[in-house]
Design a protein around this ligand. Structure first.
Ligand code: EPU
Length: 302
């Protein structure tokens, strides 16, 4: 979706929102798949309610983009604009055991920044790509750690109320790859409360997680991490592997040889290829195990 209305462009400038025309989502997502649309980069959180009113007035649909690490975007000209928070500097500020983190901050860098201030707990999240906002929204986790455990307070744009709100961690439910946030809520910043730990000890934990990840996951390839959530008490990766589906492909969309719950863009895979692979694998798993795998990857197909 592309717009040029001079009045709208002027209103965006007044809100300090940067308008980037015809941006390729393939360049902003780890799968390197996705069509083009205009991107609006938000520099000041407090302008968001006004920005969304403005888009509504002009009947412009929108979606919020975090780090693009867990996202499959449809091909072609996209029927919505994309909103993204601009990076702040600094994006993490430490105060005692509290880290004040901007939602646009990179999760891995946040973990190491906190570690350098002798704040631990999040070692398991070290190799999880994406932003802190994205991690919060879906309660990202790995190696027994989930970000929700450390959330003291979240500031978000609550779409239903059309305003910026701050909620305490206890008021949010954080479950396995799921939270009580609404799909159109936009994470803005978070206060994490982290246990004190010596840097050297945190570093040791980080090294162990990095090694485990390197040994079992296809790092450095174009993927969105695990495609499916694990069904209760089972591993989607193991189920897909047991069916001999490593290497199974639709076009350039391929089940990883290393970890069967990672689907790789091995060249020029389209969203349609990747979706067909997801549907195909889900059907095969259902036929063999009677289990319907649920997407972990977020799909923007409308
Ligand atoms: N396995 C296989 N074949 C495979 C993949 C896995 O047999 O191709 C077996 C493993 O040998 C192991 C079991 O399945 O016995 C579980 O595998 P793994 O330890 O790799 O964990 P996972 O359940 O597949 C989860 C998360 C990962 C996270 C790791 C480490 C989900 C869907 N996945 O993977 O998160 O990094 O644990 O904690 O919960 C993600 O969310 O995108 C993600 C990658």
């Amino acid at each position: 979706m592309h717009f040029e209305d001079p009045k709208l462009l002027m209103a965006l400038r007044a809100l300090d929102v940067e308008h980037k025309p015809a941006v390729s989502l393939a360049e902003l997502t780890y799968l390197a798949i996705g069509g083009t649309t205009d991107l609006l980069s938000i520099r000041r959180h407090e302008t968001i309610p006004e920005l969304l009113n403005l888009l509504d007035e002009h009947a412009i649909p929108h979606k919020f983009l975090g780090g693009g690490s867990n996202l499959l975007v449809m091909d072609g000209e996209l029927p919505f604009v994309v909103l993204q928070l601009a990076s702040l500097d600094p994006d993490v500020v430490i105060e005692g055991n509290i880290a004040h983190v901007d939602a646009a901050a990179d999760l891995g860098r946040t973990v190491t920044f906190c570690a350098k201030h002798n704040l631990g707990g999040m070692e398991g999240l070290i190799g999880v790509p994406g932003t802190v906002g994205g991690a919060l929204r879906m309660n990202a986790g790995a190696y027994g750690t989930q970000i929700g455990s450390y959330v003291r307070e979240v500031t978000l744009y609550r779409a239903a109320d059309r305003r910026v709100e701050t909620v305490r961690g206890g008021q949010i439910s954080f479950e396995y790859r799921h939270t009580s946030f609404a799909p159109d809520d936009m994470m803005l910043s978070v206060k994490l409360e982290l246990p004190s730990k010596p840097y050297s000890e945190i570093l040791q934990g980080i090294r162990i997680c990095n090694e485990k990840r390197r040994a079992s996951q296809p790092l450095g390839q174009k993927s969105a991490g695990c495609i499916f959530k694990n069904p209760p008490g089972a591993s989607a990766g193991r189920m897909i592997d047991e069916l001999g589906l490593k290497g199974f492909a639709v076009g350039d969309a391929r089940v990883s040889d290393r970890h069967a719950n990672f689907f790789i863009n091995a060249g020029r895979a389209s969203a349609a290829d990747m979706l067909a692979l997801i549907v195909g694998v889900r059907e095969k798993v259902h036929a063999a195990y009677g289990v319907t795998l649920e997407n972990e990857v977020v799909v923007w197909n409308a």
